[in-house]
Design a binder for this molecule. Structure first.
Ligand code: ZN
Ligand code: ZN
Length: 368
């Protein structure tokens, strides 16, 4: 079974699907838990124009069910978390060490296929696309072997799933993209799953002040539990002015945009003090531009950058996050929200749309 998006703006439909055996370099994973991410929602609305019909879902964990030819170091029964950015190690960016920009993966993700152009997933003979080389809203996912990372025995698969997107993206935005210095004053604009993990990662790194901005009071309360020192309810007041007021009119050292709109990107940039850095984490529809004051660049030496999946490599970041969870400095469990069954997937999306706290999770098997 898998949740299929047949057309944009439609509810997902749970369908019987056939999944091929893994080919060379591939692994079949029985999905245990999948998380619902805003990027999935962007595909449903068509803002992120991926081909349909598609099995959505790119944040998940599970157990290896079958291993293809030539795959080493992986065995049936291994507990794993899935990466939506497997590195091919055979393209120009990969050879230069920018594996997060892997062109082979980027092209495949845009086509909704695996690396070799197939998806291996069908419904009554019709090929279904898969999201981001994962397609986690399904009982089984066929993925490149480079897209799995082992999960230590003591980490529940429910929490490991969060490492597949939200936790890693937030952590990487702070650790890799911003290289946040201790004591930094920061703003986090957007407090969904990724925004909450930015807050957590900022606290772990010793931020001096963390200002969380969101339209949902429930999410702001959650951000406070995770380490936000100040909150700004957006929508009803001027969030930029509120950040400036909180910082004596100077602005913050670093700002994280975790919404994905031109307005909030400009807000993040304008909330910086001179010399500050803004990191765009949110995914905007591809056709939009941002308007910024040109004189600010030379006169205030601000940096505006972005990050895709946090800018790290999951195989390196996941062990760091598992260790931080064990040490109690990164509370993965607190990021998890309500759990749903596959046939409740549209309710799970509604929970996210209505700004409920915590990442909605789908439970797809009994594997723990
Ligand atoms: Zn995501
Ligand atoms: Zn590559």
């Amino acid at each position: 079974m898998a949740a299929v998006l047949w057309d944009y703006e439609e509810p997902l439909r749970v369908e019987e699907v056939d999944v091929d055996d893994p080919g060379p370099g591939e692994v079949l994973v029985r999905i245990a838990v999948a998380g619902i991410c805003h990027t999935d929602e962007h595909v449903i609305t068509g803002d992120l124009p991926l081909p349909v019909p598609m099995v959505l879902g790119h944040e998940g964990s599970g157990v290896v069910a079958a291993v293809g030819e030539g795959v080493r170091g992986v065995a049936v029964g291994d507990r794993v978390v899935l990466s939506w950015l497997p590195e091919c190690n055979d393209c120009v960016p990969c050879n230069r060490g920018w594996t997060g920009m892997c062109e082979t993966t980027k092209k495949a993700a845009e086509k909704g296929t695996l690396w070799r152009g197939r998806t291996g997933v069908q419904h009554k003979g019709e090929r279904l696309h898969v999201m981001s080389l994962v397609g986690a809203f399904a009982e089984y996912a066929l993925v490149p072997a480079a897209g799995i990372v082992p999960v230590p025995d003591e980490i529940p698969l429910e929490l490991a799933a969060l490492i597949g997107c939200s936790a890693t993206t937030g952590y990487g935005a702070v650790a890799h993209a911003a290289r946040m210095p201790e004591g930094a004053e920061v703003a986090v604009i957007g407090a969904g799953g990724v925004g909450q993990s930015v807050v957590m990662a900022a606290r772990m790194r010793g931020a001096g002040r963390i200002i969380a901005v969101d339209r949902s009071p429930e999410r702001l309360e959650e951000a406070t539990r995770h380490g936000a020192t100040d909150v700004v309810l957006a929508g009803t007041n001027d969030a930029l002015q509120a950040i400036l007021d909180l910082t004596g009119g100077y602005g913050v050292d670093q700002a994280f945009e975790v919404v994905g709109t031109p307005e909030t990107i400009a807000q993040a940039f304008n909330a910086l003090r001179p010399g500050g850095t803004a990191v765009v984490v949110g995914v905007s529809p591809p056709h939009l531009d941002v308007s910024l004051n040109a004189f600010t660049f030379p006169s205030q030496q601000k940096t505006l950058t972005g990050t895709w999946y946090g800018g790290g490599v999951l195989a390196d970041d996941a062990p760091q996050l598992f260790a931080a969870y064990r040490q109690g400095t990164f509370d993965l469990a607190a990021l998890a929200g309500p759990t749903f069954r596959l046939d409740q997937i549209n309710e799970a999306f509604d929970a996210m749309r209505h700004g409920r706290a915590g990442r909605p999770l789908l439970r797809l098997s009994d594997d723990r």
